[in-house]
Structures are given as C-alpha cells and as structure tokens.
Design a protein around this ligand. Structure first.
Ligand SMILES: Cc1cc2nc3c(=O)[nH]c(=O)nc-3n(C[C@H](O)[C@H](O)[C@H](O)COP(=O)(O)O)c2cc1C
Length: 383
C-alpha cells in the first residue's frame, strides 16, 4: 500500500490518493471523521481547531460502504480557506504583503526551506511544513484501523508526560484504562495529573511559552512475523521509526525499553521465552519487535514531541532582506499539541501495521487476505 498527500495549510484543502487497499473491507466514513475529530482536540490547542471541524469527502474507491480495491481518494476541506482565498490563490493576483514572512521563525522549516527552495516569502515553506498535513495521515490511519479490526488488531496511545509532569503508569492497561485515557483532555489516566498538566499549559500560555511531551503507542494482537530481519528497509522497527520521526515536532523515538536498554545489563533487559499453549515472553522490554520482526507481544513505542516553536513571546531571528535582528513573527498557534500528536501517531502506527499485514499476507480482497492469514495462523499453532 502507498499513498501521496498534497495540500497547503491555508489552501483549499488536503488531498490523498491511497493505492493498494484490498477490496471488500467495510468502511464507515463516520470513523474517519471520528479520528479527524480526535486529532483536533486536546487541551492547549489554538483557536483554529475551534473554527474548523474536519470532515472527509471520499471521492473514489468506496461504494456502498465497502472498498473496491481501486485507489481511495479523500479530500478534507480547509474551512479557513475562505479567509485566505486571495492570499493563497493559484492565480497570479494581488496579495497582501503583510502576510508574507521575511524572517525565519526558530524551530520551523522556514530558514532551511527558504534557502533550499529559493524563497523570500517563508509562507511558501510553512504552508506545507505545517502539521495540517497530518489530517491525511490520520485519514489513512482511520481506513487502516478498519482493516485491522478484521484481524483483531487494535492501536491505542497515551500521553506519558507534558512539560515534565508525568502521568501515573498502570501496568494492566485494559479496556477501561483506555476508555479513561481517551476521555481525558490530555490523554492521561490520572485526573490529578491532568489537573496539574492543564495548569502548566495555562501558565505557559500566560507566559507566551509552549510545552512538549512524551507519547506512548500500543499495538495489540499483532501476529509474529510482520517485518523482516533480512534487509534494513524491511525492518518493522525501522518503518515505525521513519514514519513517526516524520511527524512534525517529533524529536525522539524508542521501542520498548528504548534508551533504558543502554543502562541496564543484558540479564535485566532481554525477554525470556517460554511456552504454554503458545509462545510468550516473560517481559516485553523489546516492545514486541526483535530483529525487525514482530514477536507476538504487544508492540510499544514512545516518542518525544518538542514544544511548539511559534511563541507568543517571540524568540529572536534575522530579517533575511535587511539582515537585521528582529523578533520572530507570531501567528495563531497551539500552546501544546502533544495529545493531538498522540492521536496522529496512533493512526500512523495503524497505517504501518496494515501495510505490513498486506505485505506479508497479500491478497487483492479481504477474503484472500483472511485466507492467507488464517493459513499462517494454523501454521503458527503447529510450531
Ligand atoms: C499536531 C501538531 C500541531 C502543531 N501545531 C503547531 C502550531 O500551532 N504552531 C507551531 O508553530 N507549530 C506547530 N506544530 C509543530 C510544527 O509543525 C513543527 O515543529 C515545524 O513544522 C518544524 O518541524 P520539526 O519540528 O519536525 O522540525 C504542530 C505539530 C503537531 C504534530
């Protein structure tokens, strides 16, 4: 499976063409919109999220609620477009110079992008660098989740910390745990921590500052054997790392015990294998992936999200025309987007796993995919 996305943050809308999705998968478009809605929420988001409710318009590839096997194309309108029509026009018309950005904002793609693409107006960079693009990744994930459901594979995320304030970690993450996390404005389990985090976000807002955090993603019921050790670009760990690291603002990635594995001795890190009806590991420090292959345990990865780079108390930068030192410009912006980043990561993970499932089991239709999967599961049971 593959997809391409296109669209600028304040352009007409965002568009995706996804190819390789099997036929006969039941698709509820409401589920896509549900995921798009989750992506817009979270305490600390900017005003734009309240003026826009994203809604997916499926243009092709689905008929009577089922995929056809043909390319699925999706359009998500940017509702703010109405206010930007002239300034984001494809036509060569007059535009408001005041909306041009001549000094690169620290922490954004502005500076290297302007040099690389030979632009003087950094709006021509930021419009595409913006995380608005992630509506498409979320839509691809929402479609993938509906395929994964057929195989009992479920993906969840939780926010581990925001601005250094850590949520309580609960060992047994059952359905009721995930319900609570999903209902939280900051994707956390403990209401007391949530309160503290909200206070920190309010304080950052007051100070003209922003906050980052850490997210964990859990993928349940993945069979042994997704990904491969035989070539670097077939490793499941590498594919997850690439996709997650490509999400705006992600600055760190680890699987399972991750960076902790560098500190502890091997005897405390590697997961002992035992057998009782099926194979299990005593612990899951590997995070469900060994040698780039899923090992049947829950896949777990963690990612660090940096603070939002647009500050209402702006940092210093340089006007690239006059070379004078100036304050970076401020545009309506989030104070904290960590919960939203968690929802996007969850959907990215669903996309990666669905792609791997198709890679391993093949099949043009859901029925063919299931037959191949079931044969493999029978083989697994006999090992
Ligand atoms: C969900 C989400 C929302 C974001 N919202 C904003 C925002 O409102 N303002 C901002 O300056 N950056 C925002 N960012 C971060 C920037 O898009 C990102 O830091 C920037 O494009 C530079 O890319 P890099 O951080 O990956 O190097 C957001 C990121 C995510 C994941």
């Amino acid at each position: 499976m593959r997809y391409l996305s296109a669209g600028e943050s304040h352009g007409k809308g965002m568009v995706m063409i996804l190819e390789g999705f099997p036929s006969n998968v039941k698709i509820d478009i409401g589920e896509i919109n549900h995921e798009l809605g989750r992506r817009q929420k979270g305490y600390g988001r900017g005003k734009r999220m309240s003026i826009e409710t994203d809604s997916a318009e499926v243009l092709s590839g689905i008929r009577f609620g089922q995929t056809l096997g043909s390319p699925i194309s999706v359009f998500v309108k940017n509702r703010d477009w109405e206010n930007w029509k002239l300034n984001m026009s494809c036509e060569n018309i007059f535009h408001d110079e005041g909306l041009s950005i001549r000094s690169p904002r620290p922490g954004h793609a502005d500076f290297p992008g302007a040099i690389k693409y030979n632009q003087t107006d950094m709006r021509n960079i930021l419009e595409r660098a913006s995380a608005r693009e992630t509506v498409i990744r979320t839509a691809a994930g929402a479609l993938s989740k509906q395929l994964l459901k057929e195989f009992g594979i479920v993906v969840h995320n939780r926010v581990v910390s925001i601005g250094g304030v850590e949520d309580l970690d609960v060992m047994d993450k059952d359905d009721s745990y995930w319900e609570k996390v999903k209902a939280s404005d900051v994707s956390m389990y403990d209401p007391e921590t949530e309160k503290k985090v909200k206070q920190s976000i309010d304080k950052a807002k007051e100070d003209g500052d922003t906050l980052g955090g850490i997210v964990e993603v859990y993928i349940y019921n993945c069979p042994v054997g997704l990904g491969s050790h035989v070539h670097y670009d077939r490793k499941l760990s590498a594919k997850l790392a690439m996709e997650i690291m490509s999400l705006q603002a992600v600055k760190g990635f680890e699987i399972g015990a991750g960076f902790e594995t560098a500190i502890k001795p091997g005897s405390q890190i590697h997961d002992e294998i035992y057998y009782q009806d099926s194979y299990h590991h005593k612990t899951n420090n590997a995070g469900g992936i060994e040698g780039g292959i899923s090992n049947g345990e829950t896949i777990m990865f963690r990612a660090a999200v940096k603070p939002i780079p647009t500050l209402m108390k702006p940092l210093q930068t340089v006007d690239m025309e006059s070379k004078e030192r100036v304050a970076a410009c401020k545009e309506r912006s989030d104070v904290c987007a960590v919960p939203a980043a968690g929802v996007i990561m969850e959907n990215i993970a669903a996309w990666v796993i669905a792609s791997e499932l198709i890679e391993k089991f093949g099949g043009d239709s859901l029925e063919e995919l299931k037959t191949n999967y079931n044969n493999y599961m029978t083989y697994l049971g006999e090992r």
